[in-house]
Design a protein around this ligand. Sequence first.
Ligand SMILES: [Zn+2]
Length: 343
Amino acid sequence: MRTLLTLIACCCAITAASAANDPLISPSTKSAVAGGGTGSIASIRPSSPGSSSASASASSSSPTRKLTEREREAEAEADLSAKIAARLAIMRANQQARAAAAAKAKKVAAATPPAPKVYSNHWSYEGENGPANWGKINPEWSKCSTGNRQSPIDIRDGMKVELEQITFDYHPSSFNVTDNGHTVQVMLSGGNFLTVNNRMYELIQFHFHRPSEERVNGKGYEMVMHLVHKDGEGKLAVLALLLERGKPQPVIQAVWNNLPLEKLETLAPSTVLDPLDLIPARRDYFTFMGSLTTPPCTEGVLWLVMKEPVQASPAQMALFSRLYPLNARPIQPGSGRIVKESN
Ligand SMILES: [Zn+2]
């Protein structure tokens, strides 16, 4: 009886109406359900052994009739119990099947990789794709906004020390010129090296910015050249040459003479240029750690900024300004980094 009551309690959601229509429940059970008056399963459950109504009814009936009633009651109880158990088993099986199907669908969804998002590689010096948004355009450029060793900086409060001289091992080299849409860039054939801190870096390319990206004690220059070097481990060192108005510069003239007529085209002249002709007579410099000044703004770049500016003629300056009137990243926070300078 206790088992039956538990079963009834468990399936209280099954109404008499649904039980009456259920083909799994026999007609005799249906009539027992329907005969309950209120229509609920609870209303047709047999009396419990200790209930007063059952004992009162039993005491007033004949022994033969009591036996028959008990038999019927037991039969109905067993029949109902079996039907409810069968129905519960079906409900549990259905529930398990639904859960399994949902889990399978979830697994399939998890196993299917989302379509890769395509990020833009377009950046500029102004507007929506300007320096303030570089870090948001492409996740690979996040250092542009989250880095703490970004370039350029306003160089000030340097520690004056006896810095080791930079050794230049530069030679006349073949070269080509490209207007890459952000600047004019000159690629050099190999074999040009600078050595500093006992490390040798090879000159790969140089390019121009207007106005100068670096400042010295707040002072900006009309232009700057960046000579990008790489060592055997792939570490970068950038030598910055600040440009001021003065006499014509022969290396810059050789580059201007060989500008391609269209952007993204490369012109490879048969002449050579000697990068050593760019280096000022006085070799004092500032040095600090920084980054590329264009996306992806990679950090870990050794910066060497020559103190003495290099002269270029007003006509040479004007020619570049026709191509790029502004291609300089704004000053970035120093973030407590150490700047050393030649004494
Ligand atoms: Zn640069």
